[in-house]
Ligand binder design. Structure first.
Ligand SMILES: Nc1ncnc2c1ncn2[C@@H]1O[C@H](COP(=O)(O)OP(=O)(O)OP(=O)(O)O)[C@@H](O)[C@H]1O
Ligand SMILES: [Mg+2]
Length: 981
């Protein structure tokens, strides 16, 4: 009976869940299924278990109909669904933002040393001048009547303004106020330390309020005993998903901009010395290698890094400006907080736009907090003023006027006072700052942007030229680049001009070097934006292009790292030239050059399943080419695929249509047919009832032509679509034949991702098809071995180590728990060695089952306990599995009451996820428990319910087997000698 039950349970794992798809397919556009669809791409095989494969279903239709949310546990069942919004494109443009050690100053990981043997230390850039002893002091005076203010404004006299030079000082001054926030952060850090659990704090406020200042202040103060990873999202060039991770890792490794590639590789390698697998994954996304790993493996690599850094001290990860983050990075951040098994404090700075663009971003929860940062109070604004003005006291009227005008925005205050001092509207007389003319006559620009514009308008021509050249590059910029981009007569003046801009508080030197010359940074990104906007469009276009020429020649060994960035600048040049009326024909080479970079970055993003970035980059690339360019429809085809994965069906449909038209116009029939197949796949996904009758015929008609064109990719796609359709119709034999063809053509096309995706499907078809069970099992074994080998060959060992989610149950189905154990134990050991703590709970639960099947109940209990220890409370898959096995172990130990309670809790838990197969399996476990206890009636009831669950999903095999079990139960009751009354 045991084996039979196992066969039912495990055989069912290989069945599909082909019904109830169509009604759920038509999610409105905008209800985002991006991550789930991205995650379901076969590129990254989803972790699977006894229940998983049913939840997967035939891919295109099923990937949009999940009711069970595959969230933090990467595909395992969870009881809730979270709709997500897609991210619109982001902000204004400019060049890459060079890394700034001022902002990343990492605290070294404990015990880590430089390759030189020196311990790590925090770096301070040359531009960083902290003067904590300069702390100013202020005291209240009579409230003031100010022009434009109905109420009297509280005023403060600056008692002591600290040391200074009679001018506005640099702004890297003490953090003023924010005591409440610092205390809250400190308390959270304490909790992180005590519980060894991750926490997320998102600090929200408008630009210039002081989010970054607060977070860096916290890192510099209370955060010093922790290891910090600091990265910032860029305001432009969507698609640069992992930039903040690269910045954080390079910062932690103390890599400077000018370090040669070998030094960078060596230093980053040192960080990953104990976790080389994770190191390879992270290196692949920070421009250090050409390897490609799926986003899921990358997230795992980052998670391992955090866990390994956190073995002694907590890790503080600061991701700033996440309103500009790519979806995949936000997913990674959320996943870190949900899955890291270590003391991690993830701090994020953002403007409020984040919540409009990403309503799914966590806002509350046990370990989640959103901190709204209010403007500074008058008192605090006065202290900032004191810091800025340096020595002497400030006329209370002037102080009151300034702080009232700034309305608590320290950036506004800094820039306003700098402007007034520069204009000599405010000056120091006998140690006291006073207004030169009546305050009513002083003008206050209405917005921070107009204030910054007036400041820049006051610059002389050289300074203006220099700041504008800088602004083309980004918030951080290179002196070498400014010189290269400046007209001949200005070049020798660049260093002194940068000094003068520094004095004016517009830029500062970061202390880092690029090609031997200093890197500078705008005091605030808004200053960059205003400087950039102030240039003629033609000049901007020339400079963007010239900058790419310069960087290619200045840093030839970093071109891969800068690929998206170079693409971005060339794209800007192209777009601006179009705007100013340059004929498109004249822009051919420029467009091609830009499209080349963006297209190659897009393909890489696609290969690692970073579909939001891939869709953006590929579409941007295509937009730079004329409609008759042969590369354009090729880019659009991949973009369309990414859009489908993202759930952006309308855009995908448009893109496919354009691809078909353009490929046809170019006479590229092969591409046209491939696009048509993608179009049919989309139609089958979004409106299956409209196409399902004719679809098979339509695809079959295309196949001979694809064959004559030897278009293996098109053929693989065609057969894959047929496979889906047959699966949905439960025509397993046809589905299996189509799966075989898919695999064959994917291999001939050399399309590894299509190949990897097809292998498991073929397994399911084989198991469900007409092939006799033993043969089907044999075939599955071969396929799963091939799948494992392919993943290992690609170096995707993390995904390879999830093979036993399939092969374990297959062996159990084959009645060979020993083989199941060997498969599962192999992966268990790998995952354990990799330090994996998320998936391994499912592997342990399955292992418990394989060991239980062999009668080794004590060992099975050990694995149950391991799984319980590691499984999250809401990880339904692991919890249901482990409870089922635990219940059966208890029943065998004659602890019947406890066993039944446990088995029923598994059933109840399985009900919370819409997963009839999981429910059926939990009911089978319950039947076993009741049967051992002699409650045959109860066992029969549970079996009947299990059968109903399986049948509700058309899972005939497990249903039939449960029927057989039920019949055998009935027979044994009949055969039992009746007890005389
Ligand atoms: N509490 C403070 N004490 C002293 N200076 C501050 C304080 N808060 C902010 N500043 C200064 O104000 C300026 C703007 O602050 P910051 O860059 O942190 O703003 P932000 O909220 O991060 O803006 P953005 O949304 O653009 O990133 C900086 O020069 C910073 O040093
Ligand atoms: Mg900021």
């Amino acid at each position: 009976m045991r084996v039979l039950r196992c066969l039912i349970a495990t055989r069912s794992s290989a069945a599909r869940e082909p019904t109830r798809c169509h009604d759920r397919l038509q999610r409105p556009e905008g209800v985002d299924v991006a991550r789930r669809t991205a995650r379901q791409r076969g590129a990254s095989r989803r972790p699977r278990d006894l229940f998983r494969s049913h939840e997967r279903g035939p891919r295109p239709p099923r990937r949009h109909d999940r009711e069970v949310h595959r969230g933090r546990d990467h595909g395992r069942l969870r009881p809730t669904a979270t709709p997500r919004g897609r991210r619109p494109s982001s902000g204004p443009g400019s060049r890459r933002d060079a890394r700034d050690p001022r902002d990343r100053e990492p605290t070294p990981p404990s015990g880590l040393r430089h390759p030189s043997g020196e311990p790590y230390r925090r770096l301070h850039g040359r531009g960083r001048r902290r003067r904590h002893h300069d702390r100013p002091a202020a005291g209240p005076v009579e409230p003031l009547e100010l022009k434009g203010k109905a109420e009297r404004v509280p005023a403060y006299q600056l008692l002591h303004a600290g040391a200074g030079e009679g001018r506005v000082r640099r702004v890297d001054l003490p953090l003023v106020g924010r005591a409440e926030q610092l205390l809250a952060l400190s308390e959270i850090l304490d909790e992180v330390r005590e519980t060894s659990r991750p926490h997320l704090v998102t600090v929200v406020a408008p630009a210039g309020t002081g989010k970054s200042r607060l977070l860096h202040g916290f890192l510099d103060g209370r955060g010093r005993g922790s290891t910090s990873l600091v990265g910032r999202c860029l305001p432009y060039g969507e698609g640069i998903t992992y930039w903040p991770i690269a910045e954080a890792v390079r910062g932690l490794a103390h890599v400077l901009e000018d370090d040669p590639a070998e030094v960078v590789a060596e230093r980053v390698g040192t960080l990953f010395a104990d976790i080389p697998d994770a190191g390879r994954r992270v290196a692949s996304v920070i421009g250090l290698t050409d390897d490609v790993y799926p986003a899921e493996e990358v997230a795992w690599g980052v998670r391992r890094l955090v866990e390994s850094l956190a073995t002694r001290d907590p890790v503080i990860m600061l991701l700033d400006d996440i309103h500009w983050a790519e979806q995949t990075l936000l997913d990674l951040a959320k996943e870190l907080v949900e899955t890291v098994d270590a003391p991690l404090l993830l701090l994020c700075g953002t403007r409020r736009d984040l919540f409009d663009d990403h309503p799914e971003w966590p806002k509350d929860g046990e370990r989640v907090r959103v901190m709204d940062l209010a403007p500074l109070s008058h008192d605090e604004s006065n202290l900032v003023l004191g810091s800025l003005l340096g020595t002497g006291t400030v006329d209370p009227a002037v102080a009151g006027w300034l702080t009232a005008a700034a309305e608590g925005n320290p950036l506004f205050l800094e820039q306003l006072i700098s402007m007034l001092v520069e204009d000599e509207a405010v000056r120091q007389e006998d140690g006291r700052w006073v207004a030169v003319k009546p305050l009513e006559e002083l003008e206050v620009p209405a917005t921070i942007t107009s204030l910054l514009a007036s400041r820049l308008d006051r610059l002389g021509p050289t300074d203006r030229t220099v700041i504008e050249r800088g602004s083309v590059m980004g918030q951080s910029f290179f002196r070498g680049g400014v010189e290269a981009l400046s007209p001949e007569p200005v070049r020798p003046l660049v260093p002194s001009s940068l000094d003068s801009l520094e004095t004016k508080e517009l830029v500062h030197s970061t202390g880092d070097l690029f090609v031997g010359l200093p890197i500078y940074r705008f005091q605030h990104v808004l200053i960059r934006d205003v400087a950039y906007e102030g240039m003629l469009k033609r000049t901007r276009a020339d400079l963007h292009e010239a900058f790419v020429d310069w960087v290619e020649q200045a840093a030839p060994d970093r071109l891969r790292e800068f690929e998206e960035i170079r693409g971005y600048h060339l794209e800007q040049a192209y777009k601006i030239r179009i705007e100013i009326g340059t004929p498109t024909v004249a822009l051919g080479p420029l467009g091609e050059r830009a499209a080349d970079h963006l297209g190659s970055a897009g393909r890489r993003a696609m290969a690692r399943s970073d579909v939001p970035a891939a869709a953006t980059l590929l579409r941007r690339a295509a937009a730079l080419l004329p409609p008759d360019h042969p590369e354009r429809p090729k880019l659009l085809l991949v973009a369309a695929e990414a859009l489908i994965e993202q759930g952006a069906f309308t855009e995908a449909d448009d893109t496919i249509q354009t691809t078909i038209d353009e490929a046809a116009a170019l006479g590229n029939r092969s591409l046209e047919l491939t696009a048509r197949i993608l179009g049919l796949e989309l139609a089958y996904t979004t409106a299956p009832e409209e196409v399902e009758d004719s679809l098979v015929k339509r695809v079959e008609r295309m196949i001979p032509e694809l064959e004559s064109l030897a278009n293996h990719e098109g053929l693989a796609r065609a057969w894959r679509l047929l496979m889906f359709v047959h699966e949905m119709a439960l025509r397993w034999g046809d589905a299996e034949a189509a799966a075989v063809k898919t695999l064959e053509h994917a291999r001939s096309a050399g399309h590894r991702l299509l190949e990897i995706r097809a292998i498991p499907s073929l397994g399911y078809c084989a198991l469900n098809g007409p092939t006799p069970v033993p043969e089907a099992i044999g075939r599955c074994r071969i396929l799963l071995d091939a799948s494992r080998a392919t993943l290992e060959e690609l170096g995707w060992s993390f995904l390879a180590a999830q093979t036993s989610f399939d092969s374990g149950p297959v062996e159990l189905l084959a009645g060979d728990p020993k083989a199941a154990e060997s498969e599962l134990a192999r992966d268990y050991q790998t995952l354990e060695r990799m330090g994996e703590k998320n998936y391994i709970s499912t592997t342990a639960a399955l292992l418990a089952r394989a060991v239980y099947e062999q009668g080794r109940y004590g060992e099975a209990r050990t694995f149950v306990e391991i799984s319980r220890e590691l499984a999250a409370d809401d990880d339904v898959t692991s919890q249901v599995l482990l409870r089922g096995v635990h219940a059966m172990i208890l029943a065998r130990a004659n602890e019947h009451a406890e066993a039944e309670t446990m088995a029923r809790s598994a059933v109840q838990m399985s009900e919370s996820a819409d997963a009839p197969e999981a429910q059926g399996n939990a009911l089978l476990d319950l039947a076993e428990v009741l049967s051992i206890a002699g409650d045959r009636e109860g066992a029969a009831g549970a079996l009947t319910q299990a059968i109903a669950r399986f049948e509700s999903k058309g899972m005939s095999v497990p249903a039939e087997r449960a029927q057989a079990q039920l019949a055998s139960l009935a027979r044994s009751v009949a055969e039992e000698p009746s007890v005389p009354s």
